[in-house]
Ligand binder design. Structure first.
Ligand SMILES: [Zn+2]
Length: 395
């Protein structure tokens, strides 16, 4: 294993730190670890396998860091609302996972995918019910959202532009009896895995991708239509993002649950509804007595392809994020997003009496991360939790 340490003589905005670490894994498959210290100026440590070209990787890392940090420097996130810790020192995310495992409430299926049991499962589904109830209180109709999306849905919406690396692409074996027979003979490896390299599959042209963002199929469903009255829905769905070496416990999973609220209507209607969603974000911080904040934010950007988009999102305050305290760290647990007429254009959706191009906004709750923060801040004995959270798990 080779290790390189670089002292960055640059300030890295807090919201850029995580994106920076995640993106550096994509420079080379040989990179096995990326860490950015909390020092000022920060030290970046990159580890890579012995057969990697360390000089080449170091040059690439430096070039990427300089580009990303410079592009991100012009606008900073703004804190809109903040709550204070009132239940002692929160536990770090790794420690929460360790204690959940110890109790048999969490078990890793593979890196980034978990089984939940006991109080973890009760809290997870209880929170979804609480978020869903609040959504219906805003007039949202319950819908079922699929995890399996058409690849063309994500192409048409533009999602894969800048996010292609996060896709979990779904493929299958080609219809061929002899290939299926060969699977049993040749494809199961000695280590208990599978190796499909000898078989014909649809991997080159997959027709499906596991949903990386809950609301995407809603716009497709409305393609070519006019929504005379606002279309407001809520649904629960499992989402999937491939995070390479940055995958980490419940803090950054490959599979996670989302409760989504989506509004499609006129420009004016979408602006008013977004204001209500921002109110909902504040309300849940207060109701659950959680330590956290509501900040203006940007979507994670991939090196130079969409760093400018971050500035655009922050400058126009198009995205708000609920961040919850976890030890000395924070985790983004919900976001409110204003899309303008992006999806209205992509899917030819019109709204209102004047047939204007539809506008939309959405809110997504990352349920697993809310669970992580609840255990981090309030511990594992439900009797000492705030009343509203005890109600969520029926105690
Ligand atoms: Zn959404």
């Amino acid at each position: 294993m080779q290790t390189m340490s670089l002292r960055l003589m640059l300030e890295v905005a807090p919201d850029v730190r995580e994106t920076l670490v995640k993106n550096l894994f994509w420079i080379d498959r040989g990179i096995t670890g990326v860490e950015l210290s909390g020092d000022v100026p920060p030290v970046l440590t990159v580890t890579c396998t012995d057969d990697s070209d360390a000089d080449e990787i170091e040059a690439q890392v430096l070039a990427d860091v300089t580009k990303m940090v410079a592009q991100a420097a012009t606008v900073c996130p703004r804190t809109v609302y903040e709550t204070q810790p009132c239940h002692g020192e929160p536990l770090a995310a790794d420690e929460v996972c360790r204690r959940l495992e110890e109790r048999g409430w969490l078990s890793m299926e593979l890196s980034g995918s978990h089984v939940y049991a006991g109080l973890m499962a009760e809290l997870y589904y209880g929170l979804d019910r609480a978020f869903g109830r609040r959504a219906r209180g805003l007039g949202a109709q319950e819908v079922h959202l699929p995890s399996l999306l058409g690849a063309d849905t994500l192409v048409t919406s533009g999602y894969l532009h800048g996010n292609a690396h996060m896709g979990n692409y779904v493929f299958h074996l080609h219809e061929d009896r002899s290939a299926v027979a060969r699977f049993t003979e040749k494809c199961v490896t000695d280590t208990g895995g599978i190796d499909l390299s000898g078989l014909e599959t649809s991997a080159d042209v997959p027709e499906a991708v596991l949903s990386p963002a809950a609301c995407q199929p809603v716009y497709r469903m409305l393609a070519g239509r006019t929504v005379a009255t606002p279309f407001v829905t809520t649904g629960y769905v499992r989402c999937y993002r491939y995070e390479s070496g940055a995958t980490h416990g419940l803090r950054r999973s490959r599979e996670f649950g989302v409760r989504e609220i989506v509004y499609v209507g006129t420009e004016r209607g979408a602006a008013d509804f977004r204001a209500q969603l921002i109110g909902v974000a504040r309300e849940f911080l207060d109701r659950f007595e959680l330590w956290g904040s509501l900040v203006t934010a940007s979507d994670p950007f991939f090196t130079d392809t969409s760093a400018d988009y971050r500035v655009y999102q922050l400058a126009l305050e198009l995205k708000h994020e609920v961040q919850l305290g976890l030890g000395g760290d924070r985790v983004a647990a919900a976001s409110v997003n204003q899309h303008g007429d992006h999806f209205g254009r992509a899917w030819d959706i019109r709204a209102g009496n004047t047939n204007e191009r539809a506008h939309s906004c959405c809110m997504g709750f990352g349920i697993d991360r809310w669970c992580l923060a609840v255990f981090s801040q309030f511990g594992f004995d439900v009797r000492s939790w705030p009343r509203a959270l005890r109600e969520v798990v029926g105690v």
